[in-house]
Design a protein around this ligand. Sequence first.
Ligand code: BDP
Length: 666
Amino acid sequence: MQNQNFTSCWLPDGRREKRSNKLIVTILSKAEVIRRVCHTYLSHLFEGFHIGTELNSQDEIVIGTYEATAQACTNDMQVDGFELRQEQGKTYILSHSDQGLLYGTFYFIEQLQLGMKIEDMSVIQNPATTIRMLNHWDNMDGSIERGYAGRSIFFEDNKLSYDKDRIQQYADLLSSVGINKICINNVNVHQVESRLIEADMLIELQHLADIFRGNYITMFLSINFASPIEIGGLKTADPLDSTVEEWWRRQTKLIYQKIPDFGGFIVKADSEHRPGPFTYGRTHADGANMLAKALAPFNGTVFWRCFVYDCLQDWRDRSTDRARAAYDHFKKLDGLFDENVILQIKNGPMDFQVREPVSPLIGALEKTNYVMEFQVTQEYTGQQIDLCYLVPQWKEILDFDTHLKGKGTTVSEILSGNLHKSLQTGITAVVNVGRDDNWTGHEFAQANLYGYGKLTWDPTFKTEKLLKDWVQITYPFVKDSATRLIEEILNRSWMIYEKYTCPLGVGWMVKTGHHYGPDVNGYEYSPWGTYHFSDRNGLGVDRTKSGSNYIEQYSANVSELYANLNSCPDNLLLFFHHVPYTHPLHSGKTVIQHIYDSHFEGVEDVEHIIYEWTREKANLPDDLYSHINQKLNSQLTNATEWRDKINTYFYRMSGIPDEHQRLIYG
Ligand code: BDP
């Protein structure tokens, strides 16, 4: 049995002061979820509230579609958008659909938590995209690949095993920020998870899908491309083999008999030892389309991942570059995918590093649907031990100007579907939750989940606003000065993490396998294609024309920006260039002095945060104080290890002393 003692994070719970007045809400919708959500969360905010089902003179809040409330419809309302409207002394929560009403109701609740007066609430909101998704990397044995918040909320002992209340609360958390699709199992699908699409498992999955359906969240499964062999008893998984096609058609039909609104499949193929169409000399379009055809009669979708690279390549001969892989594999297939295939492209060309440039495939596909994939779980960004608020990173990516159709072709414009109007686009991410009471291990990592959801709804939301709102609604009982401190340390945390880890965008100096802590050469002599090429003269990866020419995958403007040492931003210098240690940065420092300084600064920043946190002790609840204090001290140990290893390594490699003589070996 799972722990019942979970905390609700940003949704209202018993920790809040109630408003002394009563609230009368009239719900003109048959959707059970609206009633339940009002009941569950408004009861924490008001001394008393009453729910009615008919309009009358006393009601203050009316929730219903334009049709049910006989309110005039606002132009340009999307089906899951919503409106809050003041009319004759009442506040209306309006939409075309119950789904939109659910989002509107959560918005209303959030505004109350933020202290807004009801009579001032007036807004129209449409989501930027219809694909607002989360991917779980949960395994059926209960472990989570790259999970840092305890065991899976869905599985244990190779079975489905979940607490219904907890899943319901999770669904509410997701709906409160607009998430509408979820994949519940790891993209690395092994034999046991392949069985999820078999009849007995589907009976169990039905109940889980019911809970998510109640919140208008569609459920997906990751599938194993070799399932016809692994569980179907066939000799091949060749996508063009008719027995294979038939097997997938039958299996898919079975799924829809049990889960009529099933979303579809996520597929990781031909990557990191996963099977795929390459085994049979077929293309990824062949593979994806075969599955798409099985799903099409039921309106299902295939999310086909572009994280495809040969992890056994060795780039010593410079003939390949892992950064090139996604674009090289998929750009040439543009236009060959069926309508219900959506390509899933990681935000950067490598793999969720602390800093990477934006993937050049975003915006480059003109005839193929796609989503961008972020990583909310902090695999390479501190593993929910170190603090790393990722919204500023995502915002930087979303605001990036690709120049693909001239100035202003930002990633958020592209993902909102404004570049190629006929395409389906959107955002997905690997989630950071587990069975820990606080959902995310590090309680402040909840802010990443909240911020991610909000950005999928509207990528133009400002980082500061998202942070302020999250802190205010999550910690209404925390005093002002401590609230400001939480905001401040979260806001700076990505920069601080970057300072004490891999310098200037080079990435990958992590311990191999688990990816926490420093190991400068851990991946340097492995075949995984993730090198920094440090020697006694310099470091960095030449991805310009004289190197792998990865830069050619961008628009001319962007390519030039990165190719030219005068314009390439310092924070990506080593991603694009191999330079001497004495190379001067735009900041005026040399590369080597920057490495030393930033690593010392990163550790000092963590020490300073600990000092500030300790000073606020009296203004913080004991459990929150000690939880964060303990995490910060672990972070300090990690940051110190990074500083010492990186600085020592580069001092010994370069032989150039630190100007400030701080090095142990200096
Ligand atoms: C890498 C992870 C690995 C995942 C892979 C993926 O280290 O666990 O399976 O990405 O996205 O970041 O498939």
